[in-house]
Design a protein around this ligand. Structure first.
Ligand code: GH3
Ligand code: MG
Ligand code: MG
Ligand code: MG
Length: 310
């Protein structure tokens, strides 16, 4: 664990360095408050800080206050180490945002024990951050394919649409549905079906541009949002998705398995000012036409007509 030692006295700094290194901490230094403040704002800053109170420039108390103002960052555990040992100063230090307070001269074992307390708090917060990230991932991603889930891709579509209607470029929308997928489940089993879904999802994602988004809209249906994409571009992107599957058979238990996809492809450039619901209805209708057109087909808007590709 990284620890910042902010101490203007060279001898004390050196003494702390030797001890902390021996206890297994990775040490960095500041000789004054401003240096400490800067070090604690760096991207991979120490999460544990030993601050002296009296330092030139900015004192330890001011450093505490500044750090506590910055609520967006991971928590920094601060141990104030100072010759101001009376109760009044202790209260002032804690009020400024210090977590703990150790008067000089200090007992070496006490310093070590108090640093361990700080380490526990930092570890605890790391666990909380990891749990929060895992929850966020679960809330927005599909567990099977790792793509955006339905709620997340619909949110994304809504954001893109409002950007578009505020004067941005058109948004293309694809709805891709695997053809005769039920047969795979029926003949190879549900687990094999899951594996096919995962592989098909990766294939489709690979056919898109980095700033396009794909989510699992339903069982074997995928919604794709294409920023800055007109009707022609949407059909073109749909073709890329379709060909990606047609030309790269999936591998299942060492056997090749051909699977195709039907795609509805529309864009706001031909359906302006519509709600998310209307856009979803339009792309669903286009998908329906693709299925009726024989499957393994991309179909566009009613206005642009069916665009059979095989
Ligand atoms: P079509 O070409 O008309 O789209 O035919 P289809 O068989 O693909 O479509 P249908 O809607 O009849 O069947 C979809 C199947 O997808 C039925 C359902 O059991 C299966 N399915 C949905 N979600 C999952 C899943 O998470 N895993 C697996 N293995 N199968 C799923
Ligand atoms: Mg299907
Ligand atoms: Mg179906
Ligand atoms: Mg379906």
């Amino acid at each position: 664990l990284k620890v910042l030692i902010a101490e203007d006295d060279r001898v004390t700094r050196r003494m702390l360095e030797v001890m902390l290194c021996e206890w297994g901490y990775e040490v960095s230094f500041a000789c004054d408050g401003i240096g400490a403040w800067q070090k604690l704002q760096e991207p991979d800053a120490p999460r544990l800080a030993l601050l002296d109170w009296v330092m030139p420039g900015m004192d330890g108390l001011e450093v505490c206050r500044q750090i506590r103002k910055d609520a967006g960052r991971p928590y920094t555990y601060i141990l104030l180490v100072t010759s101001k040992g009376d109760r009044q100063h202790l209260l002032e230090g804690l009020a400024a945002g210090a977590d703990d307070y150790l008067p000089k001269p200090f007992d070496v074992n006490e310093l070590r024990a108090r640093l361990e307390v700080g380490r526990r708090i930092v570890d605890l917060q790391n666990q909380l951050i990891a749990a929060r990230e895992a929850l966020r991932e679960q809330a927005t991603h599909d567990g099977l394919t790792g793509l955006w889930n339905r709620a997340a891709i619909c949110d994304l579509l809504e954001r893109e649409l409002s950007r578009c209607y505020r004067g941005g470029g058109p948004v293309g929308v694809l709805l891709a549905d695997l053809d005769h997928f039920k047969q795979i489940n029926d003949s190879c089993g549900h687990l094999a079906g899951d594996a096919v879904l995962r592989q098909a999802a990766l294939r489709m994602q690979a056919a898109l541009r980095p700033y396009d988004s794909i989510g699992r809209y339903g069982g074997e249906e995928f919604l794709i949002v294409l920023p800055e994409c007109d009707t022609h571009g949407a059909i073109h992107a749909g073709e890329r998705v379709r060909l990606q599957l047609q030309e790269n058979p999936l591998v299942l238990l060492d056997k090749h398995l051909s699977i195709t996809v039907s795609v509805g492809a529309i864009s706001t450039s031909s359906t302006s000012g519509q709600s998310v619901e209307a856009i979803l209805r339009a792309v669903d209708a286009a998908l329906y036409r693709a299925k009726n057109g024989g499957r393994n087909v991309v179909a566009g808007d009613k206005e642009t007509g069916k665009q059979p590709s095989v």
